[in-house]
Design a protein. Structure first.
Length: 233
């Protein structure tokens, strides 16, 4: 497989009917070549080899077909992979389950206003003064003028008083439409939602859930939301 790196995708199309028994080294080679393996081929792989792959390996291997994992959670190859990896690794793919992460580590406090996730580091170079002023008199037409880091670093008391569940739903909409979130935004989103009132957050998510079914939303944006909200909702 390594010898075909100059033209990996056409080569993969030729051999995909025969990769069912591929060892993990060959699967990693395919992942490194980003062959966009279709899910029908993926579910026919040897689960004992697939379970040795990292989350990033699977992201690279499936590429544009990664979202199919969410529809194939009951397939043996997916079930065994999930059962062989930690919850945090599983969440990277937008899935649930997995081996509980080290329970001896401090667990995040999800009370409103608590922000234990690297807020100091995150906000060191972020100026949220304009957003803080905006929160004193919210204009719904301007919610998308601010990025997720500015929301994360805004004053907690202003977020609690200035953002209703309806406003929050529209803020989330900003981050799937005009400013879709990337994996690198996960910490900022986590800090932001931990500052919010739990009741308002749940109400906003109830309204927001139907919108996330839109297939045009980037998968990594969906995964970022799932990872940030996992331990809160």
């Amino acid at each position: 497989l390594n010898s075909q790196q100059s033209n990996p995708i056409p080569y993969f199309q030729l051999i995909k009917a025969y990769v069912g028994g591929a060892p993990v080294d060959d699967l990693r080679s395919l992942a490194n070549n980003r062959v966009n393996m279709d899910f029908e081929t993926f579910k026919g792989l040897n689960p004992e080899e697939v379970k040795k792959l990292s989350p990033q390996n699977l992201i690279d291997l499936l590429g544009i077909n990664l979202q199919a994992l969410q529809h194939g959670v009951n397939e043996t190859v997916v079930v065994i992979w999930v059962a062989s990896h930690t919850e945090s690794e599983v969440r990277r793919l937008g899935l649930t389950g997995g081996i509980p992460d080290n329970s001896s580590e401090p667990q995040p406090d999800d009370r409103p206003g608590n922000t234990t996730v690297n807020e100091t580091t995150l906000c060191k170079a972020v100026n949220s003064s304009a957003l803080n002023n905006f929160l004193n008199n919210v204009n719904m037409t301007q919610l998308c003028n601010f990025n997720i880091k500015e929301y994360a670093c805004a004053k907690t008391d202003l977020l609690l008083s200035g953002i209703s569940s309806d406003v929050l739903t529209d803020v989330f909409q900003c981050f799937i439409d005009l400013k879709p979130l990337k994996k690198s935004d996960e910490t900022a989103l986590t800090v932001f939602v931990r500052k919010l009132d739990r009741t308002k957050l749940n109400e906003a998510l109830d309204k927001f859930n139907n919108k996330t079914l839109n297939p045009s939303i980037p998968l990594m944006t969906k995964i970022t939301f799932v990872n940030a909200l996992w331990e809160i909702v």
